[in-house]
Design a protein around this ligand. Structure first.
Ligand SMILES: [Zn+2]
Ligand SMILES: [Zn+2]
Length: 147
């Protein structure tokens, strides 16, 4: 089991917590594996700007998974930056509250984009990948689509 350390802090945090933190803030902690060897995770991580976050809040209306308000939310990169070209469009980010964000990273679930919709991808008990639609929580967007 690895651990991560943030600059200026002596307490180790779990890799999952560190990955969630990197995803949301772009800060790069130094990661160590069980033998105390530094893991090579010091890659460049693109950041969402505050403007993009605001746009996401207007679009998503809050946590896409549980509906908590934007103030509870962090921007989650749905594309892992080692698999894609690191585009930082608001299309590749969604708002998730701290709890849902952490559980996505802990469980290694993915959020996929399907046209204008987002899908939660997670394995069933038998390992089959299932996709659940994550509707926007935004009343503004709802009115726009209804009108
Ligand atoms: Zn949530
Ligand atoms: Zn994330």
């Amino acid at each position: 089991m690895g651990a991560a350390f943030f600059e200026g802090q002596s307490e180790a945090v779990s890799i999952d917590t560190a990955e969630r933190f990197i995803c949301s803030t772009g800060a790069i902690p130094i990661l160590f594996d069980g033998d105390g060897k530094a893991l090579n995770l010091g890659r460049e991580q693109r950041l969402f700007t505050e403007k993009q976050r605001t746009a996401m809040a207007a679009r998503d209306g809050g946590c896409l998974m549980c509906g908590r308000p934007p103030a509870w939310c962090e921007a989650h990169h749905i594309d892992h930056w080692d698999e894609h070209d690191g585009r930082t469009d608001i299309d590749s980010g969604v708002l998730l509250c701290r709890f849902c964000h952490l559980s996505i990273h802990n469980n290694r679930w993915r959020i996929r984009r399907d046209g204008g919709d987002y899908l939660l991808e997670k394995p069933d008990r038998d390992g089959t990948l299932r996709h659940t639609r994550l509707p926007s929580r935004s009343p503004a967007l709802e009115r726009l689509l209804a009108g």
